[in-house]
Design a protein around this ligand. Structure first.
Ligand code: C2E
Ligand code: CA
Ligand code: CA
Ligand code: CA
Length: 279
């Protein structure tokens, strides 16, 4: 009993420290959302395994807090979603990406399409389409230069409204990918009724390839159906040659992972993928 009480106290104390830390982190993130200080974007290539061509890139938000140092997206993105800060942060990210794309284009480079992650809150905000349209205009971007990634759970309800928003984004040429595919509870037939273009197979299935038989079965089912439905398939989180080789059996040609390219700052991405193509 004594021990139980101590454990309880310890638990309370830990909770308190944790709450305090979360609060301090949230305050720091709020400042960052206001000023933009410490925010950066990393770009990870999406590579066609057969041609080696870079088909696109995913924009990934990075935050280095003056107080806490670099904070992992796995920590600050959920915090941003809970607190609503994802809206101003997401807006900043969009402008950083659009500005970078304009810079690249103005220096005569041909950047690939860049995909931006949208949380549910961002997707369901009423002025999303207007904002994206304005972004294309302000930064003079060609149709389709920026696309979006959404998770299954974001798209699960309000079918008509989701369809309308996605259709409006498609009209701007944006491609739409379902992120982390296979980890949610939705069915592919349901998702196919939405105007999406791409499925990104979650990296848990890629990781377990050759280890668990079920991930191979899921991969076969998903890629078969996707092909019939005319959706593109991207494999995420490819880290090893063995995984790349195994994916060949499922005819997955678009690859994103540490093996084909890690997320990198714009300058590195430019040097490696945009300038090297010129020589
Ligand atoms: P995600 O959208 O699934 O992004 C892919 C994550 O997998 C990235 O983690 C990327 O660095 C990592 N990754 C890529 N290749 C590999 C690989 O081969 N192996 C492994 N183990 N990991 C790989 P990151 O950058 O830490 O981002 C984590 C999550 O945070 C993202 O998952 C996304 O859900 C969210 N996120 C990142 N940036 C943004 C953003 O700007 N807006 C929103 N709403 N969410 C974001
Ligand atoms: Ca993503
Ligand atoms: Ca993903
Ligand atoms: Ca994710």
């Amino acid at each position: 009993k004594q021990e139980g009480r101590n454990t309880y106290r310890l638990f309370r104390a830990e909770m308190h420290v944790k709450d305090h830390h979360d609060l301090a982190l949230e305050t720091a993130l709020r400042n960052t959302a206001e000023t933009g200080d410490g925010l950066a974007v990393h770009y990870q290539p999406l590579v066609d395994r057969d041609s080696g061509e870079v088909h696109g890139a995913e924009a990934l938000l990075r935050w280095t807090s003056s107080e806490f140092g670099p904070v992992s997206p796995g920590d600050f993105i959920p915090l941003a979603e809970r607190s609503g800060l994802i809206l101003p942060l997401g807006r900043r990210l969009m402008h950083l990406v659009a500005g970078q794309l304009r810079d690249w284009r103005e220096s005569g480079l041909s950047p690939p399409r860049v995909a931006i992650n949208l949380s549910a809150r961002q997707f369901w905000q009423s002025d999303l389409v207007a904002e994206v349209r304005q972004l294309y205009e302000d930064y003079d971007l060609p149709p389709g230069q920026i696309g979006f990634e959404l998770t299954e759970s974001t798209l699960l309800d309000k079918h008509q409204q989701a369809t309308d928003t996605l259709a409006a984004l498609r009209e701007l040429g944006c491609y739409i990918a379902i992120d982390d595919f296979g980890t949610g509870y939705s069915s592919l037939s349901y998702l196919h009724q939405l105007p999406v273009t791409t499925l990104k197979i979650d990296r848990s299935f890629v990781r377990d390839l050759g280890v668990s038989r079920s991930s191979g079965a899921i991969l076969a089912a998903v890629t078969g159906l996707a092909r019939e439905l005319g959706l593109r398939v991207v494999a995420e989180g490819v880290e090893t040659e063995a995984q790349l080789e195994a994916l060949r059996d499922y005819h997955v040609t678009l690859i994103q992972g540490f093996l084909t390219g890690r997320p990198a700052p714009a300058e590195d991405f430019e040097a490696r993928y945009l300038r090297s193509a010129l020589v």
